[in-house]
Design a protein around this ligand. Structure first.
Ligand code: SF4
Length: 290
């Protein structure tokens, strides 16, 4: 396999074979994100991707590859017929594969018809990771996500109606001290409307090389402290209505780990929050990471 630049994948894809179908992120505008700043976006030639799959098969000749993650940031921007070709190649080289997943940008999902998404699902694209970041339109605008909460809802519902597993992420603290309530309440509104299989919380980190870093150094952004992050998370948990959605806040960027299934384990999650507040033992900033 050949890899270009730093390759990112969701935490739950830690054991997956990662193949870069695209390089970078087609948008690259989000003020908090430095993941693909060093890469100019392009879709790799399909033959190259197929060659990587063939190389990987030779490399893992005695290992069963159960999961494949097609990186980088925007695999769903690829034309459906080309995606179908790559999914076919995944199955040709790895007949044992049980799950193929991608990061899906909302605009790319909306750019596909329901029939196309269903075709992709039937060809083995099982799971889509979508970054909501915030359900609050002002926050989304402020961080230059380039998508509205209504578009997020439409994209999420489309993925779910195609029968794919949907995992969404929200960034704690993204609304800062000014909009933490709106951030929590509107994120709960969006998740309630979509009811994805998974919702994961990350916690905002100010990374050098981002617009947010410059804003922070100019004093334009006020970060939440760990107790304020807990207040925000609690408001989200109390407001969300997403029966069956698995909630997790176990990312390396989080101050504390939380988890449970909504809505049934709401009280359990609230008890975890209360206990974390009481203990006040948070992951030190030097040990937090993306
Ligand atoms: S958060 Fe996602 S869409 Fe935004 S710049 Fe980063 S990779 Fe691209």
């Amino acid at each position: 396999m050949r890899y270009e630049g730093t390759v990112y994948r969701p935490p739950s894809e830690a054991g997956s074979l990662i193949i870069q179908l695209t390089i970078g992120c087609a948008r690259n505008t989000c003020t908090f994100c430095n993941m693909y700043k060093d890469k100019k976006f392009r879709i790799r030639p399909l033959e190259e991707v197929a060659e990587d799959l063939e190389m990987a098969r030779k490399y893992y000749s005695h290992i069963k590859v159960r999961r494949i993650f097609l990186a980088d940031g925007d695999a769903l921007i690829v034309k459906t017929k080309d995606l179908l070709y790559i999914l076919d190649k995944c199955h040709e080289y790895f007949p044992e594969v049980e799950r193929i997943s991608v990061y899906g940008a909302p605009k790319d999902i909306l750019g596909k018809t329901p029939e196309e998404l269903k075709q992709l699902k039937d060809a083995g694209l099982d799971m889509v990771y979508m970054g909501l970041e915030s359900g609050d339109d002002e926050v989304l605008k402020e961080v230059k996500k380039g998508v509205t909460s209504e578009e997020m809802i439409a994209a999420g519902i489309k993925v779910r109606e195609a029968g794919m597993i949907l995992s969404m992420t929200i960034i704690s603290g993204l609304g800062g001290k000014k909009r933490w309530r709106e951030h929590a309440l509107n994120s709960a509104r969006v998740i309630s409307a979509i009811k994805p299989e998974y919702v994961g919380f990350l916690t905002l980190m100010v990374e050098p090389g981002t617009e947010l870093y410059d804003q922070y150094n100019r004093g334009e952004v006020e970060l939440l402290d760990p107790h304020e992050v807990l207040d925000e998370t609690e408001l989200f948990i109390r407001s969300v209505d997403a029966e069956g959605t698995m909630f997790r806040a176990n990312h390396a960027s989080n101050y504390i780990a939380l988890g449970g299934t909504l809505n049934g384990e709401r009280d359990k999650i609230l008890a975890q929050i209360e206990e974390s507040r009481r203990r006040s033992k948070f992951r030190p900033d030097i040990f937090r990471g993306i």
